[in-house]
Design a protein around this ligand. Structure first.
Ligand SMILES: [Zn+2]
Ligand SMILES: [Zn+2]
Length: 245
C-alpha cells in the first residue's frame, strides 16, 4: 500500500478521482456488472484492485459469537468464543464486516498509527449503508485522551461519519492499583474495566438495544468490557459490529 498523495476531497466530482490507498486513477464509468447488480460499490474511494484485497465477510459463514470467518470443521462458536462462555457470562454476538487480513492490517496502520484521517472514507459509506436501517442506539468504543491528543481523532467515529451515534462511554482516566488480594471479585472486575459511563448520557442506554461499534475485534476483551458496562446501566441487549475480525 503506497501512501496516497494528492487526493483532495474538496476538489469535487470534476477532477480525476484517485484511489485513497494506492493513488491509481478510478474510472467513473460503471461496468455492466455494477449496473446489473444495482448495489452501491463497496468502497467508492478505492480502486477495484485494492477493493478486491479486502475480504468481505457478509457472504461467508462466520462464527456466531465473534464474527470471524468460519473454516471447515469449525463449530458455530469458535474456540476463542467458547472460552468466554461460563455460568455467569453474558450473551454477546459480534458481526465483522471484513477479515483482518494483511491488507486490512496495512490499512489500519495507515489510518490509525499514521493518523491519516482521510482513510475513514474507505469504509464510511459502506458502514452507513450497513447501519442506516438499524433501530439500535449506536455506541462507538471510545479512545483515551492520550490517543486523542496524539492521533487527533477516534478512528471508530471516523468510520461512523454518516451515521448518528451516541458517545456514552469514555476511557477511565487512571486505573487504581489496589492489591488484587484485597479485593472481592466484583472489585477486581471493576479494576480491569477500562471504560466508564458518561453520567449525563446514561439515559440514552436504559431499556435500549445497543449496537457497539469498534474497528477490530482481536481478543474480544475490549468490546465485552464495554458491553458489560452497558448492561449494568440497563441496556436490554448489546450486540457488536466491527470493521474487521
Ligand atoms: Zn487502489
Ligand atoms: Zn468466535
Amino acid at each position: 500500500m503506497r501512501s496516497p498523495d494528492k487526493n483532495d476531497e474538496s476538489k469535487g466530482g470534476q477532477s480525476m478521482k484517485t484511489c485513497l490507498l494506492c493513488s491509481s486513477p478510478i474510472r467513473d464509468e460503471m461496468s455492466l456488472t455494477d449496473i446489473v447488480r444495482l448495489t452501491p460499490l463497496p468502497n467508492p474511494s478505492v480502486c477495484s484492485d485494492c477493493n478486491s484485497q479486502f475480504s468481505d465477510l457478509s457472504t461467508l459463514p462466520t462464527c456466531d459469537g465473534c464474527g470471524r470467518r468460519q473454516t471447515a470443521g469449525m463449530p458455530s462458536h469458535c474456540n476463542d468464543c467458547l472460552r468466554w462462555e461460563g455460568p455467569d457470562s453474558m450473551r454477546f454476538m459480534n458481526t465483522a464486516l471484513f477479515e483482518y487480513n494483511s491488507f486490512m492490517k496495512d490499512y489500519m496502520k495507515q489510518y490509525k498509527f499514521n493518523g491519516d484521517y482521510r482513510l475513514r472514507k474507505v469504509f464510511s459509506q459502506g458502514v452507513r449503508d450497513r447501519l442506516h436501517k438499524t433501530n439500535a442506539v449506536i455506541v462507538p468504543i471510545p479512545v483515551s485522551m492520550d490517543t486523542m491528543a496524539n492521533r487527533g481523532f477516534n478512528q471508530v467515529t471516523g468510520l461512523l461519519e454518516y451515521v448518528r451515534f451516541s458517545e456514552v462511554l469514555k476511557v477511565k482516566l487512571k486505573r487504581k492499583t489496589v492489591p488484587q488480594s484485597a479485593k472481592n471479585r466484583r472489585d477486581r472486575l471493576e479494576l480491569i474495566q477500562p471504560f466508564e459511563m458518561i453520567q449525563s448520557k446514561k439515559f440514552l442506554i436504559k431499556n435500549k438495544a445497543i449496537l457497539l461499534v469498534d474497528d477490530v475485534y482481536t481478543t474480544g476483551t475490549t468490546i465485552r468490557h464495554a458491553a458489560n458496562l452497558l448492561y449494568q446501566y440497563g441496556a436490554t441487549s448489546v450486540r457488536g459490529l466491527t470493521l474487521a475480525r
